[in-house]
Write a protein that binds this ligand. Structure first.
Ligand SMILES: Nc1ncnc2c1ncn2[C@@H]1O[C@H](COP(=O)(O)OP(=O)(O)O)[C@@H](O)[C@H]1O
Length: 343
């Protein structure tokens, strides 16, 4: 993650010699990103708190809701990690906080990002099965299986990233905390590299599978559209077409980060790389990481567009609140256009 000072030279004797002599230029990340992250944090906190409250009242009656609830928890945790990044990037926090970010909160941030990625993939798979085999039941379409699968996803990423926390065990100094890689032992840096390649593999696999599911869904939607059009019913196309939102959100938020992450990880671990290029890769990684973080604000859109019980819960409460206002203050006009099923 980002830096607290404008430039830094990092003494990393065992891991990345070229990185050791390169001053990190944080002119952009020092000012712009804390502002951008603050916006994401505030919006993410409001939207996800609202979603938490709504989902708290919705029983887990389908695999879709189970996955959405897990994404919500993951997004909430990611949102809570943002203030630490904002404080250290802007230089407002003490340098010791940056060591905590490198060892703990940045790792949790990445964990939640990949947990959301896999869960979005599972949702796409779930939608795919619903549309392709509406009456058949696979074992994955069973509630208990979905709960077990979601728990395994959490467990997998937590176990995978634990060494990233443990092996960032070099003594932290105001200089060394500026690049997280410099807190790592040789083994720590290797593990960091391996984890990044595993995560790249997971992301591109999920992306390709999603694309495949949606091509098949698109074909089905088109077929049913041409059938229903004759009967003058185009609403089915609109309903099924909504599932494409998941893919669009997924692609816009995560693909740019994964393009920039490979060369950036190389710059952290390879022996030789031009210093200017290293700094450019750092800015590219930070910019695309911000885009990935905006996912915490995008996911509530998925709940709104695709999860009917969620919409009903939010709107029904609005009606109740309005009714209460009218009861306590009869002069207030009730907007009769609002109905619990409005979407
Ligand atoms: N995909 C990942 N999964 C888990 N932890 C990660 C992942 N990528 C990076 N990390 C960990 O997050 C911390 C910050 O990494 P990084 O953003 O690369 O550093 P920097 O802030 O110096 O650019 C490091 O401890 C790193 O090992």
């Amino acid at each position: 993650m980002g830096d607290s000072a404008n430039t830094s030279a990092v003494g990393n004797s065992s891991g990345a010699p070229s990185s050791a002599q390169c001053h990190r230029d944080t002119t952009v990340t020092h000012l712009l990103f804390p502002v951008l992250y603050t916006l994401v944090f505030l919006l993410g906190l409001v939207l996800n708190s609202l979603a938490c409250w709504a989902f708290f009242h919705i029983p887990s009656t389908s695999t879709f809701i189970v996955y959405l609830k897990n994404i919500l928890v993951s997004d909430f945790v990611m949102t809570l990690m943002l203030p630490l990044k904002i404080l250290t990037d802007s230089g407002l926090g003490p340098w010791q906080l940056k060591a905590f970010v490198c060892r703990f909160s940045a790792v949790v941030f990445y964990d939640t990002m990949y947990i959301s990625i896999v869960l979005l993939g599972l949702i796409a798979f779930d939608r795919f099965l619903k549309i392709v085999r509406p009456f058949g039941k696979f074992w994955v379409q069973n509630l208990t299986s979905a709960k077990i699968l979601a728990s395994l996803v959490w467990l997998f990423f937590l176990v995978l990233s634990l060494p990233n926390m443990i092996l960032s065990n070099k003594t932290a100094t105001p200089q060394s905390v500026r690049k997280c890689a410099s807190l790592k032992s040789y083994l720590g840096l290797k593990w960091h590299e391996v984890v990044n390649y595993i995560c790249q593999f997971i992301f591109w696999t999920v992306l390709i599978l999603m694309l495949l599911f949606y091509v098949i869904i698109a074909k089905k939607v088109y077929e049913s559209y041409t059938k229903t059009q004759k009967k003058g019913n185009g609403s089915e196309k609109r309903i099924k077409g909504k599932v494409f939102i998941i893919f669009t959100v997924f692609f816009l938020c995560f693909a740019p980060f994964h393009f920039s992450r490979v060369p950036y990880t190389l710059s952290q671990t390879s022996a030789r790389m031009d210093c200017r290029l290293q700094n450019q890769l750092f800015v590219a990684k930070e910019s695309t990481l911000w885009l990935a973080a905006t996912n915490v604000c995008m996911d509530p859109l998925i709940y709104l567009f695709l999860c009917k019980p969620f919409v009903e819960k939010v709107l029904y409460s609005r009606v109740k609140a309005l009714q209460r206002t009218v009861q306590t203050n009869p002069k207030t006009e009730l907007d009769t256009r609002v109905s619990p099923t409005e979407s």
